[in-house]
Design a protein around this ligand. Sequence first.
Ligand code: PLP
Length: 396
Amino acid sequence: MSITPLMPVYPRCGVRPVEGDNCHLIDEDGTRYLDFASGIAVNLLGHSHPGLIGAIQNQAAKLMHVSNLYGSPQGESLAKRLVDLTFADTVFFTNSGAEAVECAIKTARAYHQHVGNAEKFELITFTNAFHGRTMATISASNQDKMHKGFQPLLAGFKYAEWDDLESAKALMGPHTAGFLVEPIQGEGGIRPASPEFLSGLRALADENDLMLVFDEVQCGMARTGKLYAYEHYGIKPDIMATAKGIGGGFPLGACLATEKAARGMVIGAHGSTYGGNPLAMAAGEAVLDAVANDEFLAEVTAKGERLRARIEQFIGNYPELFDSVRGKGLMLGIRMKVESRPFYAHLRDNHHLLTVAAGDQTLRILPPLVAGDTEFDEFIDKLSAGAADYKVPEAA
Ligand code: PLP
């Protein structure tokens, strides 16, 4: 038998972390890595935050899991906080981002069925989007590499050009239920949507009674200096998926919706064995305790500006390698003039700096939100050393 016990679906690299220390990961051979990947925008409080660890430990000792057949004081409390902090009136907790997007898709479809428009089941999504790896969420993305081997896809998605309102308009028809969009594309290459695009989608949704669904799985939860990225745009979605940072490393996601949008989500419409269990709720509360306040969010904004300015200054030294910096807060991307994946591997293997490669030749810089100037100094040192001894591979 040649298959590995872990199903071989990931191109795993040689880094094998066994311990975390704030903004660093320690490999099983003792090597320390500066972690500016944060488990792909998850470990927003770093790897050893006492508040998060304490909350999980305390809750684990008290009660880890009960079924959603019972009342949930823990779920009610976290849902109420999210409702108070956002556009939403109601919350469904999940264990991951893809499940949160699934729930968002179901909520949008159920709205139209509930109001008697069952023919409206199609969501318009956008090129290079990433919404997860379930059948519905790969169907929602136009990326062929994720479809291969899994056809037929789920019906009900049309792909418009990213950040192009006219392209979205052109796809609208009698089956359109709404729009599903990341306000800032993550996997697609840290690409913030333009304000005109998102407010244009909002207007189209309002004029035609469609659902505006935001996927804030990567850009949400304080990463951009606002609790949610939609706040930068002065508009609100009807439905939103959130995950990643919301549990700080504990698997947690949520689908948030307005009362109107959630009309079809009645008893029996949806469910999850683990979703919203007391342990996950304790992690979510600890994360909100740390990040959902003006001081923390202002710090993320200020730190994001400092880090961005330093990266912008640095990339000027290597015009043959780097093109530009984009993103918001501590969700930054360096667009490269060469493929980003080999450079990301070089930084990791030769300079012990962890970042994440993304689409559009972009290197994602996603530090824990608790990183500060000491970590930024270390980051710039490693990035400089990495650029100085980088040899662009022949084939790239
Ligand atoms: N949506 C976006 C924007 C994401 O970035 C991701 C994951 O990277 C997902 C959905 C899927 O989340 P998960 O991997 O937790 O299922």
